[in-house]
Design a protein around this ligand. Structure first.
Ligand code: GLC
Ligand code: CA
Length: 573
């Protein structure tokens, strides 16, 4: 397997609005990020993924861009941005931009032109259709509720928006659109950015007939089969690769909801003619269902292991994985897959971190994850800022699908604002995020959970992440080793074995608050592994024993003994 810098990197995602506010207006900004670069350096990450900082009316918090070559006023100026890039580079940190090109804002100049008249040169930059019997061109529903079409009186046609009506979809069939996007990307590359995270890039190619989709509980049709991994998506990405990506040394990751293994092998092929890697969603969708993510379901460990293992083994040698538990669209992982009670918060945070960071792929850390930040204790609807939660609340309660109480519980548990509350820097007012009033409330647990306290305490979650990152840098087996799942049926224990040359790495993670017996696989019996990391400060581990609540450890075995593939002899009773 070819070694590259982006395979051995650890990426840290910044959601700028909630990271650090430098001027007291309650909104995180670029100068705030600049003031925390040293913190990131200390954590040891290699790359920052910056959620959108472009000019935007913020209907979807920056994912609705009105000018790709300007910085959002609240975030600062292009000069601030240039300084940030320079300062990050001086610290050896690369910067990856969010590239949102499935859609623009309806306030983007292209759309302002496009909607003016049917013969405007920009008309064909977007997807316009006549209505059908006085109604929408088809039955598709948008990701943020309601129809995916909006009628525009000026020209008496509808435009497509898979997200909010303020996010019209670009028409990638139009060569001029593609050229404009590539020019814009080139402009950023020439500025010195180091890569792109490509927003919903699996949706840019649509089946041109735009057929009706199967209706779901909301009554709207599912656009998925006609827009996700669409007919020309690989052709477009190969073109983008030829025109832009191949000319620079970049890290690229496609956000690919609906991606399958077969598709991922094309998007992220080792041949390198599209992207470096994809964000797949199968593990995140395990607690979803009929009503999308709105429920209280818990992810079943055996199912999580099956999904993670499938991606680990089936991309092996063919394509490259990304690794993540969290981002700005997901609730906090400890509240979802761990235990956010004071008793087990730190243990479970470290356990989940171990489980993810010892896998093959490029790990992504979402701001605050390295502190074990938790979901927010919502008590009323007006604490929410996210269009997705607010719209879903209205649609599903008004449609009689859930009672207001039920739906409030679901958005509180799964809503994206859980990830978007301000970063908790210290135990001072507003967690050190701002001197003003934050745009979204700070989680009241900042007195206990904050960066300052954790940086000063050797056994904190922060220092544990530091260690995981340092280990990845030190051991190739963590980056490149093969993967094998042990005890697939256990609902308590996630354990796996990595192999690289003569070396083995055994990872044991207890996903419960109970004590769980473990035993090394047969080929490692009576061998003494070197304990690389332990969230219980263990110094050694015997071939069999008991794992404490949420205990995790990784053991390295050197070249002694056979290097047969492990028999899955690891079990628990
Ligand atoms: C992606 C982003 C999400 C945004 C959506 C529309 O899923 O991560 O935050 O709402 O695309 O741009
Ligand atoms: Ca600010």
């Amino acid at each position: 397997m070819e070694k590259t810098w982006w395979k051995s990197s650890v990426v840290y995602q910044i959601y700028p609005r909630s990271f650090c506010d430098s001027n007291g207006d309650g909104i995180g900004d670029i100068n705030g990020i600049r003031s925390k670069l040293q913190y990131l350096k200390e954590l040891g990450i290699d790359v920052i993924w910056l959620s959108p900082v472009y000019q935007s009316p913020n209907d979807d918090m920056g994912y609705d861009i009105s000018d790709y070559r300007a910085i959002m006023k609240e975030f600062g100026t292009m000069e601030d941005y240039d300084h940030m890039l320079e300062e990050a580079h001086a610290l050896g940190i690369k910067v990856m931009m969010d590239l949102v090109v499935n859609h623009t804002s309806d306030e983007h100049a292209w759309f302002v032109e496009s909607r003016k008249s049917k013969d405007n040169p920009y008309r064909d930059f977007y997807i316009w259709r006549d209505g059908r019997d006085g109604k929408e061109p088809n039955n598709w529903g948008s990701c943020f509720g309601g129809s995916a079409w909006k009628y525009d009186e000026a020209t008496e046609q509808y435009y497509l928006h898979l997200f909010s009506p303020k996010q019209p979809d670009l028409n990638w069939e139009n060569e001029a659109v593609r050229k404009s996007v590539y020019d814009m990307m080139t402009w950023w590359c020439d500025k010195g950015v180091d890569g792109f995270r490509m927003d919903v890039i699996s949706m840019i190619s649509k089946v041109q007939a735009l057929p009706d989709g199967q209706a779901g509980v909301s009554g709207y049709g599912d656009f998925g089969p006609y827009c996700i991994n669409g007919p020309r998506v690989h052709e477009f990405l190969q073109e983008m690769n030829r025109e832009v990506l191949s000319k620079y040394d970049l890290i690229t990751v496609g956000e690919c909801s609906g991606v399958t293994i077969e598709e991922a092998k094309k998007y992220a092929s080792c041949a390198g003619n599209e992207l470096n890697m994809v964000f797949q969603f199968e593990h995140m969708d395990l607690d979803g269902g009929e009503t999308f993510k709105w429920n209280h379901r818990k992810i079943k460990l055996s199912e999580l292991k099956a999904v993670m293992s499938k991606w680990q083994t089936q991309l092996q040698g063919k394509a490259w994985n990304s690794l993540y538990w969290c981002n700005h669209d997901q609730p906090r992982m400890i509240s979802r897959m761990g235990d956010d009670s004071p008793e087990y918060r730190e243990r479970s945070a470290k356990m989940l971190a171990t489980c993810l960071h010892m896998l093959q792929g490029t790990p992504y850390i979402y701001q605050g994850e390295e502190l074990g930040m938790t979901n927010y204790p919502f008590t009323s609807l007006d604490e929410f800022r996210d269009i997705e939660s607010i719209n879903a609340y209205h649609e599903l309660t008004e449609g009689g699908i859930f009672s207001p109480e039920e739906m409030f519980g679901y958005i509180s548990y799964k809503g994206r604002d859980n990830a978007r509350t301000p970063m908790q820097w210290d135990d001072g007012g507003q967690a050190g995020f701002t001197t003003g009033t934050p745009w979204i409330a700070v989680n009241p647990n900042y007195k206990e959970i904050n960066a300052k306290e954790q940086m000063g305490r050797a056994d904190s979650v922060f220092h544990y992440y530091r260690k995981l990152i340092a280990l990845r840098r030190q051991y190739d087996i963590i980056v490149y080793g093969d993967y094998e799942l042990l005890c697939p049926d256990s609902e308590e224990l996630y354990s796996y074995l990595r192999a690289y040359g003569e070396q083995k790495l055994l990872v044991l993670c207890n996903f419960t608050s109970a004590e769980i017996p473990y035993e090394f696989p047969r080929l490692l019996q009576n061998r003494k592994g070197e304990l690389l990391i332990s969230n219980y400060n263990r110094q050694q581990a015997a071939s069999s024993g008991v794992l404490a609540p949420y205990e995790a450890m990784a053991l390295l075995f050197g070249s002694a003994g056979s290097d047969d593939t492990a028999e899955t002899g690891l079990y628990h009773s």
